[in-house]
Design a protein around this ligand. Structure first.
Ligand SMILES: [Zn+2]
Ligand SMILES: [Zn+2]
Length: 450
């Protein structure tokens, strides 16, 4: 049976069409292991497994979330059901440190009929750039007759990934776009701050903007993705009244920052906003842990997962990612596995060297291979690994919604595409696709005891 041993169909990327995605898996007669990365996504992975035939789950706390929430073993225990077959994703993520060094990304979003140069935007860009931040501002398409879908697409395209170093500044409809953008992000996006100026909290009876208000805001989710909202209103704003600011602030658990006589923020400069952003950045910097603290914390949580796996006789769904000069995360994880006498584990989305993969296979652990195997560029080492490592030590996975294989690269990933990875492994090993699918299914069965 075809099996995708690592997917996140439990993530928000599938909220609009999860049932159809699951149906496509059923039509293919395939199995899927959905993986949790935090408590909430672990809970949803476990629930999906219970509900769907051939669906399984693992539960755990991803190392990039080491500082976001505790690993509460009792809480995770309560999620176990007969179809929870592993714990994780857990392990060490040194790529995370790149994030410590990257500049803050501050995005300025203009309003209806406006442009990237409107109001205080040019001034704010200059000031923030002087401080070493990366500032992004761009024109929305058809700014006079705005379309929500197009605007959101533009934000995704221009902004790319977001994280704890992303700050969003939106004026008027740009502020509404921020709220809509946040609604669509995964729970774990955790952006550093949002600044909404002259932003309406509800539809204001402009037919042109109806599109932006056709559904109610998911305030709960918005407040999960961003925990630092700053709402600005002006005492004499005749377009979006101060009352709107008040309502918005209530929904976002914050207080209004009122600017006197700013009209609809028709200002060339807004020093209050600059000070506000600077203070938030300083607070963020203070909260950033050191490299030593991060590694210690990740290791502590990893060991807790191993203890949990042994106590409940579960496989370990390992996540490792390199990113620190002179250190090999896979070697360090392998060492820990040996020390702790772990029996069943898979290095999901393996990204290490061939030599290390050989050591992992020799120690009896499995290697998860993903979509990048099918990429035309920069996949030589991974292809070498797929070729050289015994098929008995390989499982196939999508890591959906990420890492979409060719020929669907660039789209959202889904579990059925694991077949393209099977085909590539077969090609590299000179086997039939069916042989690869059968052997990797046997490997997964043994790994997860299913
Ligand atoms: Zn991972
Ligand atoms: Zn994953």
């Amino acid at each position: 049976m075809l099996i995708d041993t690592h997917a996140h169909l439990n993530f928000r990327a599938y909220d609009n069409d999860r049932e159809e995605v699951i149906k496509r898996c059923a039509q293919k007669g395939m199995a899927v292991v959905n993986v949790g990365a935090q408590y909430e996504t672990s809970k949803s992975a476990a629930a999906l497994a219970l509900k769907n035939e051939n669906f399984y789950a693992t539960v755990g706390l991803h190392p990039i979330h080491a500082f976001d929430e505790p690993f509460d073993a009792a809480a995770y225990e309560s999620l176990l059901n007969p179809k929870v077959v592993g714990i994780g994703e857990c392990g060490l993520d040194y790529w995370w440190f790149k994030y410590l060094k990257e500049p803050y990304k501050i995005v300025l979003l203009h309003g209806w009929g406006g442009s990237k140069d409107e109001r205080f935007f040019v001034w704010l860009d200059e000031e923030l750039t002087k401080l070493g931040h990366t500032v992004l501002r761009f024109n929305f398409p058809e700014t006079d007759s705005p379309n929500q879908e197009q605007w959101l697409k533009e934000i995704h395209k221009q902004v790319g990934y977001v994280n704890g170093k992303t700050l969003l500044v939106g004026f008027s409809l740009g502020g509404v776009s921020i709220l809509r953008f946040l609604e669509g992000l995964d729970e774990d996006a955790a952006i550093a701050g949002s600044y909404l100026l002259g932003t309406p909290s509800t539809h204001m009876d402009y037919p042109e903007l109806k599109d932006f208000f056709k559904t109610n805001f998911d305030w709960q989710h918005i407040n999960t993705v961003c925990k630092n909202f700053n709402v600005y209103s002006s005492s004499n704003d005749e377009v979006v009244s101060a009352e709107h600011g008040q309502k918005l602030a209530d929904k976002l658990n914050t207080k209004v920052k009122s600017i006197k006589d700013a009209w609809h923020f028709n200002l060339d400069k807004l020093p209050e906003l600059l000070v506000n952003i600077n203070e938030d950045v300083i607070a963020c910097e203070k909260n950033l842990p050191t490299i030593e603290q991060v590694i210690a914390k990740q290791k502590e949580i990893f060991l807790k997962h191993i203890a949990f796996a042994q106590q409940h006789n579960l496989a370990l769904m390992l996540h490792g990612r390199n990113g620190l000069e002179g250190r090999d995360v896979y070697a360090e994880m392998l060492e820990i596995l040996k020390q702790e006498k772990v029996e069943r584990a898979v290095f999901h989305c393996y990204g290490g060297t061939l030599a290390m993969a050989q050591q992992i296979a020799e120690a009896g652990y499995l290697i998860g291979i993903d979509g990048p195997l099918t990429f035309k560029k920069k996949s030589e080492e991974l292809q070498q690994i797929a070729k050289e490592i015994p098929l008995e030590n390989i499982v196939l996975e999508t890591d959906a919604p990420y890492l979409t294989p060719e020929p669907h690269r660039g789209e959202r990933n889904e579990s059925i595409y694991v077949e393209f990875i099977a085909a590539k492994v077969a090609e590299l090993k000179g086997l039939s696709k069916e042989e690869v699918i059968e052997q990797t299914w046997q490997n997964a069965k043994k790994l997860f005891k299913i």
